[in-house]
Design a protein around this ligand. Sequence first.
Ligand SMILES: CC(C)(COP(=O)(O)OP(=O)(O)OC[C@H]1O[C@@H](n2cnc3c(N)ncnc32)[C@H](O)[C@@H]1OP(=O)(O)O)[C@@H](O)C(=O)NCCC(=O)NCCSC(=O)C[C@H](O)C(=O)O
Ligand SMILES: [Mg+2]
Length: 286
Amino acid sequence: MSATHRPWRSVLYIPGSKERALEKARGLDVDAIIFDLEDAVAPGEKANARETLAAALRVGGYGSRAQLVRVNGMDTPWGGEDLETVMDAGPQAILLPKVGAATDVASIAARLDAHPGCAETRIWAMMETTRGVFNAAEIAQAPRMGGFVIGTNDLAAELGCETGGDRMPLMMALQTCLAAARMGGIPCVDGVFNAFKDEDGLRAECEQGRALGMDGKTLIHPAQVAICNEVFSPSQAQVDTAKRQIEAFEAAEAQGQGVAVLDGKIVENLHVATARKVLARAGGAS
Ligand SMILES: CC(C)(COP(=O)(O)OP(=O)(O)OC[C@H]1O[C@@H](n2cnc3c(N)ncnc32)[C@H](O)[C@@H]1OP(=O)(O)O)[C@@H](O)C(=O)NCCC(=O)NCCSC(=O)C[C@H](O)C(=O)O
Ligand SMILES: [Mg+2]
């Protein structure tokens, strides 16, 4: 399934060091998993996490959930070894932290090009630095680029802004990254909601992310999954309309028409593209 035609509603971080969580994720109703070697893993656990994660990836069992591995930055003592270990597993995607420019991505893409097991591996970018925000458009079009994950914690820390409430201080960064992702034709997944026991707060932030146009949200705890899937899933009425729009357009096309009419409204190519995205968002992992 291509990145643009699959759901990205719920994207769960799992610390690479936690065997129990790695096991539990095989049964969770999430669209994607971020296996984390970066911030969820303490410095003293980095080497152990790398091996624990490599073993879990070899065993597999994550079904149709998309799988991203977040490595440590290449400017840290761990990034290089993370990348070597992860490349040997032939991952679907590598998530780079604190991407500041397209060249950060291009240098990793060149290393993937040289690795025989990584022909299909995509690179995702954590958008969580002010430099990254201002270079978002070029990053979205970097080689092998698969999508953006917003890092609201790092962004807020660098900006020195407050994160609670309506996230107004982050809005320029969120919308800039989202617009760049749309220009590059890649998914954009919102940042985490830290207070994982606050269901109302999570729901409100999911709704805000959906209203902004985010494809989904990153999560830190299994208890956040159901609310996130619910908010980012289209309603049954939206799914039905999307299916009918596609059918109507295909029927019109078969008769040599470029435009269909459904319920008194025109259906053109762009509506069909939106309808297909609605159906993609309605999908789930298994
Ligand atoms: C937040 C946690 C530390 C809480 O852990 P814990 O107290 O162990 O939670 P529970 O006892 O409630 O766990 C219940 C069961 O769920 C499993 N579990 C917990 N978390 C996960 C998970 N993320 N994935 C899969 N399974 C999980 C436990 O193993 C329990 O299972 P069972 O034994 O069957 O009952 C913890 O949730 C956690 O570590 N979360 C991940 C934190 C993380 O990944 N942080 C880094 C990513 S966020 C980030 O970096 C943001 C970004 O970069 C930015 O800048 O914004
Ligand atoms: Mg971060």
